[in-house]
Design a protein around this ligand. Structure first.
Ligand code: 5GP
Length: 180
């Protein structure tokens, strides 16, 4: 272990496990109200959104929820976004006429979400919205709507709660800043 009880390389906790749990419960209740009486199809963006999706799905007071995943990659340096986004694993199911909620880990430049919203909107869903756990508004390069947002964070590279650096740290139950 590194500094205090933190793993080596982790500098500072930005969002605690307790704060994440509280916010996910609030978002679940809000989404539950907004989609009351409807079927909701969650689309998780692999791999970073898996933890958030697992918690959010269980916080939804809805009767009918389904889940699917897609994976995307962006070319360029691993801790920066090059702006070129590619679908590397498509959804297993059709989304036409379904109420789709994209579940994303973090919105940075916004380029990934613009691409995803565009891709999925073209398939004719009944509705399309986005839930993102984290947002770095200072880094935004394109305007993109995020209907359900967990936390705004400063422009630092973060790991934990599903987010990795080179495959590591996804298991941490909090969001923490690391050296980029
Ligand atoms: P955007 O297209 O909005 O610039 O990038 C979004 C994606 O970049 C996220 O889904 C995530 O994979 C990655 N990303 C952006 N900022 C961070 C960060 O601070 N930590 C980690 N682990 N990934 C990030």
């Amino acid at each position: 272990m590194g500094r205090g009880d933190l793993p080596v390389g982790v500098e500072e906790i930005l969002v605690s496990q307790e704060a994440l749990a509280r916010r996910v419960a609030e978002l679940g209740a809000q989404i539950g109200r907004d989609y009351a009486g409807r079927s909701l199809h969650l689309v998780g963006v692999l791999k970073g959104a898996v933890t958030f999706l697992a918690d959010l799905a269980r916080a939804l007071p809805l009767e009918d929820v389904t889940v699917d995943y897609l994976a995307i990659s962006s070319y360029g340096r691993s801790t920066d976004t090059s702006g070129v986004v590619r679908l590397v694993k498509d959804l297993d199911e059709e989304i036409a006429d379904r109420h789709v909620l994209i579940v994303e880990d973090i919105v940075d430049t916004g380029l990934t979400l613009v691409y995803l919203r565009d891709q999925l909107a073209g398939r004719g869903p009944a509705s399309l919205a986005v839930a993102a756990m984290l947002d770095k508004p200072q880094r935004r390069r394109v305007d993109v709507p995020v209907e359900y947002l967990g936390f705004e964070i400063p422009d630092r590279f973060v790991v934990g709660y599903g987010l990795d650096r080179a495959g590591h740290y996804r298991h941490l139950p909090y969001v923490a800043a690391v050296r980029p």
